[in-house]
Design a protein around this ligand. Structure first.
Ligand code: DLL
Length: 436
């Protein structure tokens, strides 16, 4: 089903006209109300009147996370405080968080976008949706919450953690839709097995809405096989709106971007040059009708590929491929680029290991070393050194074939690596700057 047929299936020509109108409106708004960005434009002699076509987008300076930090908390807002009705912040691990604000119009627009996302994932008003995203400053929980309410699904705001209780409620309420990070979804399945809950018999889950952290196709397969549901991906970031930027439809061929509200680009991370649709690069977004926090050419650091070929679902909005990594996630080990997602894909393709893993990077004698810890799944192997050794060799070779470098691979016992039950999971531990 399509939530907003008029908008989501809009002919491309009409969509481009709408985008141009939104772009001009946003640039004017920022020029008038956001001094730091006006200064960036003035520094290159650019005025709002120079933006006359969508091609002029590339003339505009980028925004980055640093701009949010420099203007903490409210100096990048384009409205006075009395017009704000919600403030969220991203989970900055160090220092001050990234603060984002919404007017009533912004919240309404966001809710509509979330209604699209959940509808295209296959959720209907008959569903009972359990929200395992932690409620608080994080945008994920509230975004999905209001989107579910808008379409008439029953939302259960359990929040993060409390896994045993989550499973109890899931069974008692007959939850059909699950909202979580992909790794928490996997943990729910593991915990259910530990508690002797037969998911096929006692739970009624049928669809999962997963996002907020990178996950591979191999991880999707694992989740679908263990939780017995259809796992869908959705993407977004606080700076732009929260979740609601893009989500998968029933065709599973990328995530449709809400192009009537956000203008996507991909750029070469090094040069900032705009890439052609179909080329892999860093995603950059411009908001088209946000009041409180207009965003121009925000560099997400997320790596993807845009695809504007027609989709069988009838939606006309450009799609983006699953995020393959972040520019700041990329590990350079002895001159070779390695993405954690490559490691995840390789490990999950080996029977007998995974899906829990951890990546450590050390510096030894001025050389970087990559260590991968992965759980083996069959506990009886503990008594079978030969088999364990063979499995280690297989996994090591597989990683070498995929990454092109030697990895120190360690198989660890099942249930030994940490399970993240709230928030995004951390899998990479860069210890290169730790004292040796
Ligand atoms: O994570 C928004 C969100 C919440 C999206 C719930 C989807 C579901 P932030 O905390 O600001 O916002 O983190 C944004 O998370 O730049 C990506 O690096 C990553 N991310 C979000 N969704 C996905 C996804 C929310 N589906 C950052 N796949 C983004 C891969 C994702 N990475």
């Amino acid at each position: 089903m399509i939530w907003n047929k008029e908008r989501e299936t809009m002919p491309r020509k009409a969509l481009r006209e709408l985008q141009l109108e939104g772009l001009k409106w946003t640039v004017n708004r920022v020029w008038d109300h956001v001094p730091y960005y006006r200064a960036k434009m003035e520094a290159i002699g650019l005025k709002p009147k120079h933006i006359v076509s969508l091609d002029d987008l590339s003339k505009l300076p980028f925004m980055t996370k640093q701009d949010f930090r420099d203007n903490y908390p409210f100096n990048n807002f384009a409205v006075p405080k009395e017009q704000l009705i919600r403030i969220h912040a991203s989970s900055g691990t160090t220092g001050k968080p990234t603060v984002v604000g919404y007017t009533r119009h912004d919240l309404d627009m966001w809710t509509e976008l979330m209604a699209r996302i959940v509808t295209q994932a296959g959720v209907t008003s008959d569903d009972i949706a359990q929200n395992c995203f932690t409620y608080g400053l994080f945008t994920g929980s509230f975004g999905l919450h209001y989107g579910m309410e808008r379409i008439g699904a029953a939302i259960v705001p359990v929040s993060g953690g409390n896994t045993d209780k989550q499973l109890m409620l899931m069974e008692d309420f007959g939850t059909t839709a699950l909202i979580a990070t992909p790794f928490y979804a996997l943990y729910l399945a593991e915990r259910a097995a530990e508690l002797g809950i037969d998911i096929t018999k006692r739970l009624k889950l049928r669809v999962g809405l997963f996002g907020s952290e990178p996950w591979t196709e191999e991880m999707r397969t694992q989740i679908e096989q263990t939780l017995h549901l259809t796992a869908t991906d959705n993407y977004g970031m606080s700076e732009l709106i929260g979740p609601g930027v893009s989500g998968e439809c029933e065709c599973f061929c990328g995530m449709h971007i809400a192009e009537d509200h956000f203008l996507p680009e991909t750029i070469d991370t090094e040069t900032g040059e705009v890439l052609n649709v179909g080329e892999q690069g860093e995603l950059v977004f411009t908001s088209l009708d946000k009041e409180a926090l207009p965003v121009i050419r925000y560099r997400t650091k997320d790596i993807s590929v845009l695809d504007d070929t027609p989709c069988a679902c009838g939606r006309t909005h450009t799609r983006m491929r699953k995020i393959s990594g972040r520019t700041d996630d990329m590990l350079i080990i002895r001159g070779i680029n390695v993405f954690p997602s490559q490691i995840e894909s390789a490990l999950l393709g080996i029977s007998g290991v995974g899906p829990y893993y951890q990546i450590n990077i050390y510096r030894k004698n001025y050389l970087d070393e990559l260590e991968v810890l992965v759980e083996f799944t069959d506990e009886t192997l503990l008594d079978n050194f030969k088999k364990l050794d063979e499995l280690t060799q297989t996994a090591r070779e597989r990683l070498y074939n995929v990454l092109g470098i030697n990895v120190k691979l360690r198989l660890v016992e099942p249930h030994t690596l940490e399970r993240t039950t709230q928030g995004k999971s951390k899998k990479v531990f860069d210890k290169r700057n730790d004292p040796q």
